[in-house]
Design a protein around this ligand. Structure first.
Ligand SMILES: [Zn+2]
Length: 415
């Protein structure tokens, strides 16, 4: 994008948000508040949100999940069948339509997925099946720290359906491994903790928690990066006095965590009350076994900035790169004029206008351009300055401050 043709929403004001991370997100102009627990994404913020969504979708397709889209607005019927109507830990938004029919904004879609497949999945031969969607969820949660607890958020939710416990366990494991790849791929430090199923029901569940200075739960996690063991105060196996990892014996660290994912073995919790059955190989009727799997998109964005942001603003990974950065590089001419402007335009076309931010506003100082690029966490700056005038080389500077000089033609390969 050309800086002159986009609206950046960046701000030099320190901001009044509750946490340092929230203030960074606001100063970078990624989100705008629409009231307690409600946020809109600006063009820059939406680029980041979409990068996260793409990352999640790629991994879901890789494990054979098929994308669906279920309505956010539900009639009460399916929720009454499952026994969750009006409840959901007091977080369900309910309303009445013009005909006096009771409706809700879906806080989750276990009921929806049962309704989707009812009448079509009838036999053991139709299973296993794995579906996912990425879209809005609504929960009347206590709003907190911008993007950490909100009333509307984006979720990647997936649901698997099975005939046997073995099949369910295999898919649960497959999804668990996919989640590890997703969070590793984003460069998030996280742990996996056993959790109570509470509002979802079922037999077993695990939470994925990003390590944070200020999060949604107290977290103790294994200091060995490969281990992933974690526990919260709500983990059924928690030992608040424990100092050693029960899985590998390494030291446990303690602090806070942000819940970024949750996976549930639901068993027949939904199929039984809702009557979702199949014919088995021996001709008997059997309740379908289910599991569900969720990742919160805004929580992930928050966790990335929480872990990697610094005094200069957002940063999307420990080394300053990061797959979800809003732009791969910023192109910063000392001044957007004459020869420097011509090279800047050339590099802009060569590196890709979709992936780069060209600072072409005549009114901005070089310092302002640097500060804005860092605030957004753009991994690389292509600086066209005095060195270019002398030797014809441009300076590449990473978000972490490492620099090198390269010829103009060598730039695209380095971005
Ligand atoms: Zn361990």
């Amino acid at each position: 994008m050309r800086r002159s043709e986009t609206t950046l929403f960046t701000s030099r004001e320190p901001g009044k948000q509750q946490s340092e991370t929230a203030r960074r997100l606001f100063r970078a102009g990624l989100v705008r508040q629409f009231g307690s627990g409600l946020y809109g994404f600006t063009p820059t913020g939406e680029r980041v949100r979409q990068e996260v969504i793409d990352h999640l979708e790629t991994e879901m397709r890789r494990i054979g999940a098929r994308r669906v889209h279920l309505p956010q607005l539900n009639y009460s019927g399916i929720w009454e069948e499952s026994g969750r109507w009006g409840d959901f830990d007091g977080e369900m938004f309910t309303l009445e339509n013009r005909d006096g029919k009771r409706m809700c904004l879906a806080p989750s879609h276990e009921e929806g997925i049962v309704h989707l497949v009812e009448g079509t999945i009838r036999s053991y031969e139709d299973l296993p099946a794995l579906f996912f969607q990425i879209g809005a969820k609504h929960r009347d949660d206590h709003a907190r720290s911008g993007l950490l607890r909100t009333k509307e958020f984006t979720m990647k939710d997936a649901y698997s359906l099975h005939t046997t416990e073995e099949s369910l366990s295999e898919y649960y494991k497959r999804m668990r491994e996919a989640y590890i790849r997703i969070f590793d791929g984003l460069g998030i430090e996280f742990a996996i903790a056993k959790a109570e199923n509470n509002v979802m029901g079922g037999n077993k569940s695990e939470e994925f928690l990003a390590v944070a200075e200020s999060g949604t739960a107290d977290l103790r996690w294994c200091s060995d990066d490969e281990c992933r063991y974690g526990e919260t105060d709500a983990s059924p196996n928690a030992d608040p006095a424990g100092i050693e990892c029960p899985e590998c014996g390494s030291e446990l660290e303690s602090g806070e965590g942000i819940e970024i994912g949750h996976i549930f073995e639901l068993g027949t919790r939904y199929s039984e009350p809702m009557g979702l059955t199949i014919d088995t190989a021996t001709g008997e009727r059997q309740d379908v076994l289910m599991a569900s799997y969720g990742i919160g998109v805004e929580r992930l964005i928050y966790a990335l900035v929480e872990q990697h942001g610094d005094d200069d603003g957002c940063q999307w990974s420990a080394d300053g790169s990061g797959v979800v950065a809003p732009y791969a590089a910023s192109i910063i001419p000392l001044e957007y004029d004459d020869e420097l402007a011509a090279v800047a335009d050339y590099l802009y076309e060569d590196c890709g206008p979709e992936r780069t931010l060209l600072f072409d506003d005549p009114g901005q100082s070089i310092g302002e351009r640097f500060a804005e690029s860092d605030l957004l966490g753009i991994p690389k700056k292509i600086i066209i300055g005095n060195e270019f005038r002398e030797s014809g080389e441009v300076e590449l500077e990473t978000r972490a401050g490492e620099t090198e000089y390269v010829t103009v033609d060598a730039v695209p390969d380095r971005i």
